[in-house]
Design a protein around this ligand. Structure first.
Ligand code: ZN
Length: 159
């Protein structure tokens, strides 16, 4: 478990320092803003979908290390994928982060994204990790803005 923890910290720090696919896509045909008011994370995802495939994707904005690392890894994971496969990853990532999916025990396509499995034990960070995925989902459905506050049943996190 401590190896996993160390890997997690190294990957988070690395992606936070050098985020992949940072910026915006000129002429993007899908985009969305995501906001997590509890932490102050605010990111913008833009992508180009061609023939039902994510041809290019980028993100920009301000967020904590977990949010930025998650966004950076999300863009890398879905670039070149079919929209349907990206949606599957959104679902699997969300389930893993909320503890509904155990990536070592159940079938999944998470691969390297498994390093985020520990956030399920850190309730205040779950939304930071999920925000980029929510935003991708919104962009694919052309909703232009999402907030983690819209999630049902989570309003009492800070109570
Ligand atoms: Zn955050």
């Amino acid at each position: 478990m401590s190896d996993m923890r160390q890997l997690y910290q190294e990957v988070i720090l690395d992606h936070n320092r050098k985020p992949r696919n940072f910026g915006s896509i000129a002429g993007a045909n899908r985009h969305a803003d995501g906001h997590n008011p509890l932490c102050g994370d605010h990111i913008k995802v833009s992508l180009n979908v061609l023939d039902d495939k994510i041809d290019s994707i980028a993100f920009e904005g301000e967020g904590c290390a977990i949010c930025k690392a998650s966004a950076s890894m999300m863009t890398g994971a879905v670039k070149g994928k079919a929209v349907q496969d990206a949606e599957t990853l959104v679902e699997e990532f969300r389930n893993m982060a909320t503890g509904a999916l155990d990536p070592d025990a159940q079938d999944n396509h998470l691969g390297k994204l498994k390093i985020f499995v520990g956030v399920k034990d850190l309730p205040s960070r779950v939304k930071c990790a999920i925000l980029p995925w929510h935003t991708l989902h919104a962009a694919l459905h052309s909703e232009t803005s999402v907030s983690t506050e819209a999630e049902a049943g989570t309003a009492s996190d800070h109570a």
